[in-house]
Design a protein around this ligand. Structure first.
Ligand code: NAD
Ligand code: ZN
Ligand code: ZN
Length: 360
């Protein structure tokens, strides 16, 4: 009989995820079978499950792209991996390796890339497939739950901070201090920047201060823009917007310093107005930033392994994924919730009949 695994499945957009039994996948050429130990729940997984974006995944699919686990199977044509190796599976599941983007260090822009938890099944499952050439290498003694958020929130914000081109000693403002933002504060400090944190939730501001932010401001206050400009002596040299809120994007254009760069990580659906006069006369750069390359990922992991960056995590069971989505939607997660897949092994698998999520 084929071996099966528990997985959280998006069967239709906007519906609760179903906990299903799926066949354990078989690694093909160049692939690894990974026993998932932990997988962080990124707001992107929620966007995916809701079908928020113009390019949509095709249900049924398994979300999850902050996957950390151990290699338990190796497909043909794989070099350099052995059973038991610890790996991460990031959003960039794989790319073509040949296009102009791939060969110039911009594999994150490859038009043929596949994405974990979106176009390829992800880590909300007991097992997942990694592409050996794109997996992130983790130390053998790694704490899987702690490292999981680094696989997306870590690499994304580390890269996003670099994309602002703010220099050590200069000011960066981090707008949105959730899963991405609370980690961004730590990378920015470790990179020698002075950090302003902005969020609409007081507990997120407190968390950012406890993680080293030099000052934090309530983004919903009418004074927020003036406060950032005042605290930074003229505006932040770089801004990283991770907020899931369109007004946060417009606001950033008003407190960035003249000549500064606003890097955009957050992906709320829709548009935001861009005041042409301000952008031109203040020479503001607005730059999208999407996850990071394999090299960025290895650097982001190194910061965490050295103890310079540590996600504030809460663990949950796979069966509770819909509750975690509800908390994320309501802005109630301080830091990151990480699904502990080792718990799935001891839990009784729900049948569809008694699955409270499937019957909603
Ligand atoms: P999250 O829900 O953990 O955090 C979002 C934070 O934004 C919350 O703390 C919330 O209080 C705050 N917020 C809401 N309105 C705000 C406002 N007006 N001003 C400031 N803060 C505000 O989400 P997350 O997992 O950190 O993801 C954030 C966004 O980044 C999502 O849209 C996600 O899809 C996107 N993302 C992008 C990339 C990328 O490569 N560009 C990678 C990962 C995630
Ligand atoms: Zn993510
Ligand atoms: Zn390519």
């Amino acid at each position: 009989m084929q071996k099966t695994m528990k997985a959280a499945v998006v069967s239709e957009f906007g519906a609760p995820l179903r906990i299903d039994e799926l066949p354990v996948p078989t690694p093909g050429a160049g692939e690894l079978l990974v026993e998932v130990m932990a997988c962080g729940v990124c707001h992107t997984d929620l966007h995916a499950a809701e079908g928020d974006w113009p390019v949509k995944p095709a249900p049924p699919f398994v979300p999850g792209h902050e996957t950390a686990g151990r290699v338990v199977g190796i497909g043909p044509n794989v070099d350099g991996y052995k059973i038991g190796d610890a790996v991460g599976i990031a959003w960039l599941h794989d790319a073509c390796g040949k296009c102009e983007y791939c060969i110039t260090g911009w594999e994150t822009l490859c038009p043929s890339q596949r994405n974990s938890g979106y176009s390829v099944n992800g880590g909300f499952a007991q097992y997942a497939i990694a592409s050996a050439a794109y997996a992130g290498r983790l130390p053998g003694d790694v704490d899987f739950a702690s490292i999981a958020p680094i696989i997306c929130a870590g690499v994304t914000t580390y890269k996003g901070i670099k994309e602002t081109q703010a220099q050590p000693g200069q000011w960066i403002a981090i707008s949105g201090l959730g899963g991405l933002g609370h980690i961004a504060v730590q990378y920015a400090k470790a990179m020698g920047l002075r950090v302003i944190g902005l969020d609409i939730a007081a507990d997120k501001l407190a968390l950012a201060r406890s993680l080293g932010a030099d000052a934090t401001f309530d983004a919903s206050s009418p004074d927020a823009i003036a406060q950032v400009i005042d605290a930074t002596g003229g505006g932040a040299h770089g801004v990283l917007v991770t907020a899931v809120s369109r007004p946060a994007f417009s606001q950033a254009l008003q407190y960035v310093r003249r000549g500064g760069t606003v890097a955009l990580n957050g992906l709320p659906p829709g548009d935001f107005p861009t005041p042409i006069f301000d952008v031109v006369l203040k020479r503001i750069t607005i730059r999208g930033s999407i996850v990071g390359t394999r090299y960025d990922l290895s650097q982001a992991i190194a910061f965490a392994v050295q103890g310079k960056v540590k996600a504030n995590i809460h663990t949950a069971a796979l069966d509770d994924v819909n509750d975690v989505f509800d908390q994320l939607k309501a802005g109630k997660v301080d830091g990151r919730v990480v699904l502990d897949l080792t718990k799935a092994r001891t839990q009784k698998t729900r049948s569809h009949a008694d699955d409270r999520y499937a019957t909603v």
